[in-house]
Ligand binder design. Structure first.
Ligand code: SME
Length: 173
């Protein structure tokens, strides 16, 4: 599914992506399988995107997960690059022009703008979703909102073993 995005249509595009993603992931809880299909769906559906992928948190580092695009760096320390800064602050970062972002890590020299969204599980950082474009200024607040929804659908799909045990709170409640 390749969809063009005239002004105002991104909201609908991301709604469709989230619906399709939910249907893709609903019967599978494996982290790698669901990350791989999420990256593939985004690469198929989002126009003007040359790299989509995951980095997962391990101690104070991000380690490369499933992705679509050219080969990428394997490990990024928290605080380094766009991914490491998004991870350290647990917040989305939009970079309109990567050449103007101090510390940007260039994996594919064709990438000119980028958005990185944190993957949060009950407030705990589990990794980031990174999307790159060959176009300057490709990503805006609609992409931020849409990709945060995508991240939420992805995180919700994961095995319940990954979720915190809330039984104590439930018992107290
Ligand atoms: N540009 C990222 C590194 C990851 S690649 O774009 C796939 C960064 O600065 O963190």
């Amino acid at each position: 599914m390749q969809v063009s995005t005239p002004a105002g249509a991104k909201f609908i595009l991301y709604q469709e992506i989230c619906e399709q993603l939910h249907n893709l992931l609903v019967d599978e809880r494996n982290l790698v399988a669901n990350a791989a299909n999420t990256a593939a769906l985004l690469k198929q559906c989002l126009p003007d995107v040359n790299w989509v992928g995951f980095y997962f948190a391990e101690d104070e580092e991000l380690v490369l997960g499933p992705f679509q695009g050219r080969v990428a760096c394997t490990r990024i320390s928290f605080g380094d690059g766009v991914c490491g800064k998004a991870a350290a602050g647990a917040r989305t970062i939009i970079v309109p022009d990567v050449s103007k972002f101090a510390g940007h890590i260039s994996c594919d020299p064709r990438s000119r703008s980028e958005i990185v969204v944190p993957l949060l599980n009950w407030g705990k950082l589990r990794g980031v979703l990174d999307v790159d474009s060959e176009n300057l200024n490709r990503f805006d607040e609609d992409d931020e909102e849409g990709l945060e929804s995508v991240a939420s659908v992805f995180m919700t799909s994961l095995a319940s073993d990954d979720l915190p045990d809330l039984s104590e709170e439930a018992a107290l409640g």
